[in-house]
Design a protein around this ligand. Sequence first.
Ligand SMILES: [Cu+2]
Length: 126
Amino acid sequence: MYRKLLVGLVLLAILTTLLAACSIHEAGGPSGPTVHMGNANFVQTSITISKGQSINIINDVAVTHIITNGQWVNGLAKPAKESGAPSYNKTFTGNDSDTLGPFTTSGTFHYYCTVHPGMKLTVKVQ
Ligand SMILES: [Cu+2]
């Protein structure tokens, strides 16, 4: 009986410590290049980064975005993966974030949202 209680308390203590560590990390915000998404758009449509960097993709709204390699051309979805582009296929479900990269090859790479026509991001790596 007391043993179970003790185990429970220890587990609770560990959980609390982990949660506290996580919240401290989030309070600092993501470091490095960051791109935000709105209701049907990337807030900034292009970003220039250095070789080896990754991009924090942050979904600021309660909207689903499916981001993958390719772009919109004249209203048509054109899936395509440039040579050297990190493969990406992520479903954002709302108010969430993810990391795109790292980009290890210099060049210009395109990503788009399959849900929202015209929603695309150009990544320039130098
Ligand atoms: Cu979208």
